[in-house]
Each structure stands twice: as structure tokens, then as C-alpha cells.
Design a protein around this ligand. Sequence first.
Ligand code: AMP
Length: 304
Amino acid sequence: MSVLVVGSLALDTIETPFGLAKDTVGGSAVYISAAASYFVNPIRLVGVVGGDFPNHGLAFLEERNVDLEGLQVVENGRTFRWSGRYRYDLNERDTLSTDLNVFELFDPKIPEKYRKSRTVCLGNIDPVLQRKVLDQMEKPRVVICDTMNYWIERKNKELLETLKYINILILNDSEARLLSHEPNLIKAGRVIRSLGPSVVIIKKGEHGALLLTDQMVFSAPAYPMENIFDPTGAGDSFAGGFVGWLSRTDDMSEENLKRAVIYGSTLASFCVEKFGVEGLRDLTYLQIQDRFREFRELSRFDLD
Ligand code: AMP
């Protein structure tokens, strides 16, 4: 059950109403790999960092049994940096800066032993790079892709090209509206499915997620949380939990896609309880199972 994860490895500067963290380890590939590692091992990671990426960031991934053979280290380069500020309503985030740095010249090389991976998860990076990765793969069974407004606005044409090769697209509500030019999320999902992916997942922050296929609309609740410390990485942890479960079970049925969405929501809920990647450090499979089951109770009711 091999999973290839491609995405950013970052030093994030995050402001929330509760505090500020400077140059903390993050990035889409880091959150996705860590979350998925609770379901499948090892995760194969492809990405790039500069010489300034801290050893404890690599150690975190190694402890989660992430294979780093596909990680390029540009010794004299600077790691990708992102900074964001959350408003009082933590669903609202302003990106303050995005410095691509080593990603500007990144040319992903997929190691020979990664090329037959059955599941590919393209984390949020330049859609041109996502496509370059796919070009090197040998018939993956499923390709899952995440993206964000930054790329929808700046590399729209390239993203539309990449989408033709995607099976499952994960994005948030505002991004779905931006990409589809359609305010209604059900219709937006339909428009996006016509661009390539047969399955679209639209995340709605603390309001849950929608899973849309040609047969169904499944509305997953979010876990009601009293203490959200830092929402950064929630979307990527969702993708990691989702991909991890799909890969572990190797089952693409609609019922199993629903379960995967709930596992994604479960991992996202753990992520936001602590700052940066800390929420994904020391979970147990039992903890994950317990919270997964709690989701079921959230919206179950008797008919009479
Ligand atoms: P999320 O909160 O799940 O949307 O993801 C947050 C992570 O995405 C942070 O750790 C950032 O480093 C990373 N990120 C933000 N913008 C970009 C971008 N334009 N390209 C790649 N990664 C990004």
C-alpha cells in the first residue's frame, strides 16, 4: 500500500489571537505525510528544502517513518516560507506573505522505487510541479490533489491542465467558488468534476466537508472543538487522513470514501489542538479510532 506525497516543506510564521510563532516547521507535505503515516507506512515524500531547514523538522518526519529519499536539500538555498494571520473567527485567514525560495527552481525527481506507488497525493504546490510528478509515475491507481487560491489565481491555465489527470480534488469552499465561478457549492462541485476529477471534496472549516460524486452528496460534520489552538495544516491533515485510509483499505467504494472523509476530519481535529505540527506528533491508533467513532454519534438521530 504505497503512498507518494508531494508538497511544500515550509517555515511558517503564524499569528493567531492567542500567540505568534516564527519560522515553525510546516508545509503541505509535512502535514499530509504525518497524518497519513498513522494509516500506512512508509510514506514516500518528494519535496525540497534549503540548508536552513532545521534538523528537528526532518527528525519529526523520520519518527513518523516517512521515507525521505525523494527530498532534495539545496544547501545554499532558503526554505519556502509562508506567513498567515488568523482573525478572531479562526475560519478567516489572511496570507501575509508567500516566499517560494527553493521552490522557484525545484525540479521534482521521483526516485525509481517511488514510481510504481499506487496512491499519489499531490499536496498544495505549483500545478506545473504537480504535473511533472505525475509524468514520472507508472499508472498510479488513484491521484488525489489539493490546491489553494494562490495557484487558482496565479496559475489557472496550468491548474486546469493538471486537473485533467486527477481522480480526487480536495479544496476549501472559497477555493471551490473561485475555481468554478459558481457560488453554490453543489453546483461548484459539478463544474469542477467536469474539469477532470470524478470526486470532489469541499472543506468548510469548522462546518465540516462535502463529498461529491456523480451519484451522491455526503455531508460530513466537523468535530465540535472548544480549544482550537492553531488551524494551520488542518486542510493538509484532512488530506493525509483521507489518503492514508484510502490507501490502507485499497477500497474506492462510496461507503469507504465517506469513511475516508471522516478519518480526514479526525486527523484535522487533532492537528488544530496544538501549534504547528505538534498535534500530529504522538497520536495512537486507538485515539484516532475513538474520535472516528465519536463522529458517528454527532449526527445520528432516531427517526421516531
Ligand atoms: P492548510 O492550513 O492546510 O491550508 O495549509 C497550511 C500549510 O500550507 C502551511 O504550512 C504553508 O506552509 C503551506 N502553504 C501555504 N501557501 C502555500 C503555497 N502557495 N504553496 C505551497 N504550500 C503553501
